[in-house]
Each structure stands twice: as C-alpha cells, then as structure tokens.
Design a protein around this ligand. Structure first.
Ligand code: GLY
Length: 374
C-alpha cells in the first residue's frame, strides 16, 4: 500500500518538475499550486521532496532537479531574499543540508552553515527567544516566539555538530526550553506564539497567528511541537523533551475525529463545514515514526503510537491523497494554511505533501529525511 502511494506521488512530482520549471510551489488555489521564485518560507519542502525522490529511486532526473533548487537557495542567500524570519531551517535543512547528506557536497555544507548563522541572528537576549518574524524593531512581531520554530532548531544542532561551536547548541537548547515553558500549556495543548516585552524581556502572554483564538490549540502548531521536541530529544537526549513530545502527541491523538485526520484547530466548533488540516496529520505521522524509534518495546505508549500512525496514514492515503487523479499537482488534499484569514483553507500545502512523502518513505524503505545525520 505505501509503495503504491509513493509511486503515485513520484509520478506527480515528475510531472510537476516539468510544469513548474525553476519555480517553487507554495499552496494551491482551485487545485493549482501558486508558484514563486524562491521567496517564501515554504520553498525547502519542494527541494526536500526532490531529494527524497532521488534517494528512493536513484533516478538522476530527481537529483538534477534537486540540485537546481539548491543553486536557487545559494542565490537567495547571496542576495538575502526574504530571510528575515525564523523559517531558515525549513529552507536550508531540506535543500542544501539534504544535498550535503546525500552527496557530501562541500559547497552545500558551507551554504547550510551560513544559513545557521542567519538564524542565530534572530536570538533575542532579553526574553531569550528566537524572534519569529521581521527585524527587532518590528512593531507587531518584535517580541514574538513561535512553536513552528522547533523544526528550525535541527539546523542549529547540526551546525554545532559540524563546527564544534557550542553557541549553536546553546541557543537551540534555550529556545526548546523556552518553548516548553511558554508555548506548551499544563494540559499538554499549546499556544501558537508567545509575546515578550522587547525592552525588558518580560513574558506577556500567549497569542495565536493562524489559530482560532489566542487560547485555542491550532492543530499544526501542536504538530510542530510533536516532531520538534522529538528532534530536540534526538540531538540532546534530554528526557524532558521526549516527555513533552509524548504529551503533545497524546493530546493531538486524543482530539482526532473518526477518520483520524485533524481539524484545523482543536477548539474550532465542528460541523460539516469545519476545515481539516491534513498537513498537521502528515507532520505528526512523520514525527510519530521518529518518536517510536526512541521508545523501548516496553514503553506503554509505543504500541498505541504504532496503531495510531497506521490508522492516520491509511486515512491520508485512502481519503485525502490524490491517488487516481493523475493530473493533480498536489499529493494531499484538505490542508489549511490560514483559515481565519481566508488563505488556502482547503487546499494543497507543499509542506503537507512533503511530510506525507517523508512518512511514506520512512515506513517503506527507512529513508529518514534530512533533519539529522546518522
Ligand atoms: N510555519 C507556518 C505554518 O505552519 O503555517
């Protein structure tokens, strides 16, 4: 079953390389991906899908396309195009770091280290957090940290491993600790963002950006927490991170409806029109595979995670994928980007496609993705 889903996905990725040329997919509108010239936070996912497809198949077609994306990321770095945000790991872990992991390309490694330095510049000593968006004096976002940033910390942990410079690791650990403290709530649900006073560093309170309300649990934010804390555990072996990842996973899994795929926000009222976020479930599926790998056979949660992973992936393949729709551009339907803002509330999301493919390939062939080196 996973093989068939992968083959279908790779056929679509091949068609998309022809369709998209050197442009990058973001989210869809009316079934067509919006394309850009590598100037959004999501461009690394397309690169990562091409690297995964190459690793899975050994087909040079995907490798050549993946290499071209890294050339684009090099230009983006040289010209500092839309890099004043925390998503630097999403961009460079899945593009140049992937190339380093797959091919041991030295230039790709140096580019990835440059990216880690760009991310480090977002550390704010007052308050101790990585600023999510904009420059320090940004009126709206100056004091804001965000749960999504947990997936950008592997870039810093990796940079520490490559250079021995402790500062990368220290900042990654502090950001993970601050995320535990301020973004994860006592009942294991989460805030999307948390705001600090930029002058004093005083913690002010949790707030949402894409969720239903400030105090609600945005499904994708919770998903970033599940995978992000698991990866923080892999790099540090701090059991608190593993515990947090498990608690957040339990919360996520307990909220799922009958078909095992998340609604976009766990506090949004549910009726027949409530949007799903298939991308959140794809992120959690990939995260659960990593999480399960860290649990002993005797761990009471392990069997349950295995069961839930299977149920969720089966539902994504059977009910949400575009298998059988040969001309479709996306792999997963019914993702939501920003429901309250009316932006792509029920569409393809390139990160949904990426995590779906990563999860499938991990399950089928043990290809692990690019968040760490073995
Ligand atoms: N990191 C932005 C999002 O998940 O929509």
């Amino acid at each position: 079953m996973w093989k068939h889903a992968i083959e279908d996905a790779m056929m679509k990725i091949r068609n998309n390389v022809e369709r998209f040329g050197d442009r990058f997919p973001h989210v869809s509108e009316n079934g067509k991906y919006e394309l850009n010239n590598n100037e959004d936070w999501t461009n690394g996912f397309w690169s990562g899908m091409l690297w995964l497809s190459y690793e899975y198949s050994g087909d040079e077609f995907y490798r050549e396309a993946a290499r071209r994306t890294v050339e684009s990321f090099k230009r983006r770095m040289e010209q500092h195009i839309v890099l004043d945000h925390h998503d630097i790991g999403f961009l460079y872990t899945l593009s140049s770091q992937a190339q380093w992991i797959v091919e041991r390309n030295e230039e790709a490694k140096q580019l990835t280290l440059q990216a880690a330095d760009v991310l480090m510049r977002r550390w704010r000593e007052k308050g101790e957090y990585i600023q999510a968006w904009g420059l320090p004096d940004n009126a709206q976002h100056g004091g804001r940290m965000i749960i999504d940033c947990l997936l950008n910390l592997p870039l810093l942990f990796w940079a520490y491993e490559q250079t021995g410079n402790e500062r990368y690791r220290e900042i990654a650990i502090k950001q993970a600790d601050q995320s535990r403290r301020y973004l994860v709530r006592g009942d294991d649900s989460s805030y999307h963002t948390f705001v600090f006073n930029t002058e004093t560093g005083e913690p002010l309170g949790g707030a949402t950006h894409q969720g239903y309300t400030n105090g609600s649990t945005w499904a994708r934010g919770q998903a970033w927490g599940v995978y992000g804390f698991t990866l923080a555990y892999r790099y540090t072996r701090n059991p608190l991170y593993l515990d947090t990842a498990k608690r957040m996973a339990n919360y996520f899994l307990e909220q799922l409806p009958e078909d095992h795929v998340a609604y976009w926000d766990f506090n949004a009222p549910v009726d027949v029109n409530t949007y799903r976020d298939s991308s959140a479930s794809a992120i959690v599926a990939a995260g659960l595979i990593e999480l399960i790998g860290h649990l002993d056979d005797s761990d009471p949660d392990r069997a349950e995670y295995e069961e839930k992973l299977k149920l969720s992936m089966t539902s994504l393949v059977d009910n949400y994928s575009t298998i059988g729709e040969d001309d479709a551009e996306g792999l997963l339907k019914h993702g939501s980007y920003y429901v309250r803002g009316g932006v792509a509330p029920d569409d393809y999301m390139i990160w949904g496609d990426y995590y779906y493919l990563e999860a499938l390939m991990r399950m089928d062939k043990g290809i692990k993705g690019y968040w760490y080196e073995l």
